[in-house]
Design a protein around this ligand. Structure first.
Ligand code: SAM
Ligand code: SF4
Length: 330
């Protein structure tokens, strides 16, 4: 491929890679995994050197932002090493991570030192029973300690919470999460639940839209739309008298596919140009063979597969996308 960037057939440029470093996790969130997950054999997982090679190829093709994700990225051994090597890549503007926070008390400082610019931490409830009901195996005090450590290590303006709302499970607790974020000066984004994998949810019932969430917020907080754009799918609102912003990531109620600039590589080296479609190219053999030219060609091929929009359909009882979110990388 001669051109030095990635462009899809709808003229969108790909500037952002979400790189999954593992499909494993210490939690089993109900919307992300089944209770008894089968994980990939370790031999099929990209080594850290191979992850670095993938990152390098994407940055060479104009990608300037990478997010490390999973599964739970902090369950991957030597992750700070990988982060520090990716951070050295010329042309990379931002390196971030999404984590469930369970190990941040230990890893926040090493990740800052490795050059991670900002962190997203998933938190769906502050109420222990609900937290346990959603994460199945999560430990809330450990996550809260991780959030404190992240705020200390990065500073509050570089820490954001992500919350997936599920009707009748945590949606009535969402304003408590907003208060928690405001008190700490950190941002919070609400993400509409996506039908990925056989999680057992009937999405027509469990879906709680961000339109409803915004109304819920407005009943308790004085908010106004933020004029800044982060270039991502979130639409932000500001809260009078606070630094924190409230973001709404709304794949269903406010489709953002027209501005999509991202691709995802799984821990097994599969390249998904869209989270909400089955189209994929397998990078693993070419990465294992060290054939960078072939990897670049496959990335161009994936750009050609990138659809105009996702195909999530909340009216169907079963998810049309068979892969779990933990496999694709959130
Ligand atoms: N383990 C890390 C974490 O939980 O932050 C990183 C991976 S997780 C797959 C990334 C994000 O995807 C999390 O914020 C999680 O809440 C979100 N997520 C997982 N399954 C989802 C679904 N079905 N719909 C919407 N968001 C989902
Ligand atoms: Fe693990 Fe994150 Fe999925 Fe929860 S959302 S099961 S923490 S990968």
């Amino acid at each position: 491929m001669a051109v030095n960037d990635i462009q899809d057939t709808f003229g969108r440029k790909v500037k952002y890679l979400r790189l999954s470093v593992t499909d494993r996790c210490d939690f089993r969130c109900t919307y992300c995994m089944s209770e008894k997950m089968e994980f990939l054999p370790r031999s099929e997982i990209l080594s850290l050197e191979e992850c670095l090679q993938v990152a390098k190829t994407f940055v060479g093709l104009g990608v300037d932002k990478i997010r490390l994700t999973g599964g739970e990225p902090l369950t991957r051994k030597d992750l700070p090493w990988l982060a520090s090597r990716i951070r050295e890549l010329a042309g990379l503007r931002e390196l971030t991570i999404t984590t469930n926070g369970s190990q941040l008390a230990k890893f926040a400082q090493p990740l800052v030192q490795a050059g991670i610019d900002r962190v997203n931490i998933s938190l769906d409830s502050l109420e222990p029973d609900t937290f346990h009901r959603i994460t199945r195996t999560g430990n809330l005090p450990q996550v809260l300690a991780g959030i404190d450590a992240a705020i200390e290590a990065w500073g509050p303006r570089h820490v954001k919470l992500n919350t997936v709302l599920i009707r009748d499970i945590n949606h009535l607790q969402a304003n408590d999460l907003v208060r928690f974020a405001l008190a700490r000066g950190i941002d919070i984004s609400f993400i509409e639940q996506m039908p990925l994998g056989e999680t057992g949810y009937h999405h027509a019932d469990s879906y709680y839209s961000n339109t409803e969430m915004l109304e819920q917020v407005k009943q308790h907080f004085e908010v106004f739309p933020s004029v800044e754009s982060t270039g991502g799918p979130a639409r932000y609102w500001r809260v009078s008298g606070h630094e924190s912003r409230i973001g709404f990531i709304s794949p269903h109620s406010h489709n953002f596919c027209a501005d999509c600039n991202r691709m995802r590589v799984t821990a097994r080296g599969e390249l998904f140009p869209c989270l909400g479609n089955e189209g994929m190219v397998d990078l693993l053999p070419a990465v294992r063979a060290g054939d960078e030219g072939r990897v670049r060609d496959l990335i161009a091929q994936a750009a050609g597969l990138k659809p105009k929009a996702h195909t999530f359909d909340l009216t169907q009882p079963a998810s049309s996308i068979v892969r779990f979110m933990s496999r694709t990388g959130g």
